[in-house]
Design a protein around this ligand. Structure first.
Ligand code: ZN
Length: 451
């Protein structure tokens, strides 16, 4: 069996792996390469394999850096089946259509053809099949089983068997304990393992403190008569936040104030969460128990969903105190910008960061203490309080990654450390060698290995 690393090698994004056995080829993930830009130039290069010859594509989870080039693959002749869990399929269609808008605008600016069109998303949807965890899918000599990765709803670890060998692809591994989905599964044995390393060199803060920190911030800001602004990613982060707010509101731990979700994408994605909320294959026991008590999980008194532009504008007319959750997660665009122009200059208000803020993003500048920022063509003073809660990360940290690998330490011949920058991947590989006595390497882009 031959494995080629076509993305996610010494970088977080662009996850794309080719497996070949007996002349048959399958792909694991087909993600967009993302950096300081939503779509890096690399995405416009032709695929380093023939899409027409790929028998099937297996998708670990719905994040764009794992799915973003799928419609492009279809456009270039891939006609085989696409396998993922059901929630991943539902999310991917929404996210790929949303990205199509962004990519089209991006292409216009750079005078290029867009990577794909809405029709390619629809064709990919027609090729897409939902698979349950622990059910095997067979394609040619390959047999593939999905395990829960506990990263986002429907996320999967893939175990691929062929030629009597078992190769495990971690996808993205969740942080423990997750707030409402089931925790990641440990895999008892493998011959080869690919492990993600987004936080390969880091240790997260204690998760237990995150809800208290959120409660304190909202209470203080409400008491001051200000607005809490929360830039949030539409997938999983917004719903994780709603789940926490639901608990806080229903237990009377925060005052009743209007809480707005001002993001059409987040609202559509939340509907997908509601669809699977009673399914124990995806949601954890605590969430299912709340649901059985009649609690809607992502809905509570005071919550308002602002789907249309008019509804978004109406938020301005509601006097503080209030909470506004809006995209984009790094303030690189989206409706959050309009609220930032209005409330960043207000010393009574606060802005809360709960997600990763990339170097060069507006969110990073605010987080690093900029006194003024350029927003929608205006110079805006930052007088609002700036807070960060890092406990909401959806990725395992270094000790958790080692813990996940431990059951495979005797069986695995080699570990490939992927999906992380070198500063995260190289120290993790070293730790795996030192602490688990496993052979660990950090592959490079385009590298081919015989398994
Ligand atoms: Zn992910």
């Amino acid at each position: 069996m031959e494995l080629t690393f076509h993305g996610g090698a010494r970088m977080v994004t662009g996850s794309n792996y080719l497996l070949e056995s007996g002349g048959e080829q399958i792909l694991i993930d087909c993600g967009l390469n993302q950096g300081s830009r939503f779509c890096e130039a690399k995405n416009f290069e032709p695929f380093p394999y023939d899409p027409k010859k790929i028998k099937a594509l297996f998708v670990t989870h719905a994040h764009i850096d794992h799915t973003g080039r799928i419609p492009q693959l279809v456009r270039q002749g891939f006609t085989g089946p696409i396998y993922s869990t059901e929630p991943t399929k539902d999310f991917a269609e929404l996210l790929l259509l949303d990205s199509e808008h962004i990519l089209r605008e991006d292409a216009e600016v750079h005078h290029r053809e867009p990577l794909y069109g809405a029709e390619d998303v629809n064709r990919a949807g027609a090729q897409w099949r939902g698979v349950s965890y622990h059910k095997k899918a067979t394609v040619g000599p390959f047999s593939i089983e999905f395990y829960d990765a506990g990263h986002i709803l429907g996320s999967a670890i893939l175990a691929v068997e062929a030629e009597g060998k078992r190769v495990v692809f971690s996808g993205d591994l969740g942080n423990m304990p997750p707030s409402f989905i089931n925790p990641r599964e440990s895999i008892p044995g493998a011959d080869y393992v690919l492990v993600e390393s987004v936080y390969g060199a880091r240790v997260h803060e204690d998760l237990a403190d995150r809800r208290d920190a959120l409660e304190d911030l909202i209470e203080e800001t409400v008491k001051a008569g200000g607005v809490v602004l929360i830039p949030a990613f539409a997938l999983e982060r917004t719903q994780g936040l709603l789940y926490e707010l639901n608990e806080l509101v229903e237990h009377g731990r925060i005052p009743r104030v209007p809480i707005f979700v001002d993001s059409p994408l987040a609202i559509k994605l939340t509907a997908v969460y509601q669809k699977y909320a009673s399914d124990p294959r995806y949601f954890g026991p605590a969430a299912i128990a709340s649901l059985k008590r009649g609690d809607a999980l992502f809905n509570f008194p005071g919550l308002r969903m602002s789907l249309t532009k008019e509804q978004s504008k109406e938020i301005n007319g509601v006097p503080p105190p209030k909470v506004i959750i809006a995209g984009s997660g790094m303030s690189q665009g989206g409706r959050i910008l309009h609220h930032e122009v209005r409330y960043l200059p207000d010393p009574k208000s606060s802005i809360l960061f709960i997600g990763y803020q990339a170097e060069g993003s507006l969110g990073r500048k605010i987080l690093e203490g900029a006194k003024t920022v350029k927003l929608l063509g205006e110079e805006v003073a930052v007088r609002a309080k700036v807070k960060q809660i890092s406990g909401y990360s959806a990725h395992a940290d270094q000790p958790q990654l080692l813990e996940w690998l431990r059951p495979m330490r005797l069986s695995a011949k080699k570990v490939f450390v992927v999906q992380g920058e070198e500063i995260e991947a190289l120290p993790l590989a070293q730790k795996i060698r030192d602490e688990l006595a496993m052979d660990a390497v950090v592959p490079t882009e385009g590298e081919v290995v015989n398994l």
